[in-house]
Design a protein around this ligand. Structure first.
Ligand SMILES: [Zn+2]
Length: 363
């Protein structure tokens, strides 16, 4: 297998970054369609309009329907054609981003991503999750390239609810451990390539940054201020975690997410929360050193990520068994683990992770 490394062409981050959108993206085209979430439009449009003032580029903002559905992508493609759009941009969370990526891909245009929360890996990766118009899962689209530009304004992130930052840290927590497992098993990355040393270095830096700055960043975000620690976590959640997962691969943590979200009691549990608990389960399966396991658990509790099943919304062991079965479905990334994992082994690991988590909380 050939080694492979992919990333966004350009990554820009800092306070007031939105005032530089035109400057940083003027090579991408002369007419921009911004696909916005409701709140993304409110918090970002003035700064972006300001950055385009006095230029010959045109901009159009469009509020999208809330999910990255086949119908929404079609609606956006019609706007692209009608307005002769040359660059598609996203302003918002994962769904706005996935809609913009898909629209740009089908229209063969560059894509710019402006995340307003740092809750998932969506901004920097080269794939989208697409839903049917009724909200049920349809398919993943894997693109030949990652976004052309990602611009994160730290002021916007500091003013977003802290629960998104925490969820993003949960998603970022899986990155190093999942990549390490893939590397050990010589499993492919998300981009279906061999894992480079560069990817592993980013994944390790992602984990180290969480331990160093996670708690401090949470305090900054709760108080709606930007500090160096918050800047470090924005980068960890967005770039290190996204590029790390893309090129490092996924294993148990993300399959646990897929397993639990199929349960209706977990529908509202955030992606990163389940990924964090899935990481604890992975460490049990790997029989990781006690020191490492408790380092991860300590981190989770310090920032408010779940360490028990109850915190995920599950209390019935039969439901855990169903989640374990779901997580081990064919094609799941859990099969990247060395020696593979059966539903029974995963169930056992989930039960033990939960027991250790409950004990830890009661200390
Ligand atoms: Zn994820």
């Amino acid at each position: 297998m050939l080694k492979l490394m992919r990333s966004p062409l350009k990554y820009v981050q800092g306070q007031g970054a939105l005032l530089h959108v035109y400057e940083e993206t003027k090579n991408l085209g002369k007419s921009f369609l911004f696909i916005c979430s409701n709140s993304g439009f409110k918090s970002c449009h003035e700064k972006i309009e300001k950055s385009f003032e006095g230029t010959d580029a045109t901009i159009h903002f469009e509020i999208f329907g809330g999910i990255s559905s086949i119908g929404e992508v079609e609606r956006m493609r019609a706007i692209v054609k009608e307005k002769n759009i040359e660059c598609v941009a996203a302003i918002g969370g994962g769904s706005a981003i996935d809609t913009a990526k898909a629209t740009a891909h089908y229209e063969n245009l560059p894509v710019l991503v402006i995340p307003t929360v740092v809750a998932t890996d969506a901004p920097c990766t080269g794939l989208s999750v697409i839903y049917h118009n009724d909200g049920s899962f349809s398919n993943y689209i894997f693109y030949p390239k990652n976004p052309d530009a990602v611009i994160v304004d730290s002021d916007i992130i500091a003013n977003a609810p802290a629960k998104f930052l925490v969820a993003g840290m949960g998603d970022a927590l899986g990155t190093y451990f999942e990549a390490r497992a893939c590397e050990k098993a010589k499993a492919p990355s998300l981009e279906n390539g061999g894992i480079t040393k560069s990817a592993m270095a980013l994944c390790k830096l992602c984990y180290d940054t969480l331990l160093e700055d996670g708690y401090k960043a949470l305090k900054a975000c709760e108080n709606k201020v930007v500090t160096p620690a918050l800047e470090a976590i924005i980068e960890a959640n967005t770039y290190l975690s996204g590029v790390g997962a893309d090129n490092g691969g996924l294993a148990v943590s993300h399959s646990v997410y897929n397993g639990f979200t199929a349960l209706k009691e977990c529908e509202s549990t955030m992606h990163g929360s389940v990924v964090a608990f899935g990481t604890l389960a992975q460490l049990v399966i790997e029989d990781a050193p006690e020191e490492e396991f408790y380092e991860v658990m300590e981190f989770c509790t310090s920032v408010g990520l779940p360490v028990t099943l109850e915190e995920l919304g599950v209390t019935d062991k039969d439901r855990v068994r169903i989640a374990a079965e779901n997580a081990c479905a064919e094609g799941e990334s859990i099969h990247n683990m060395i020696g593979d994992v059966t539903p029974e082994q995963l169930y056992n690991a989930l039960i033990v992770a939960d027991a250790l988590g409950r004990e830890f909380l009661n200390q």
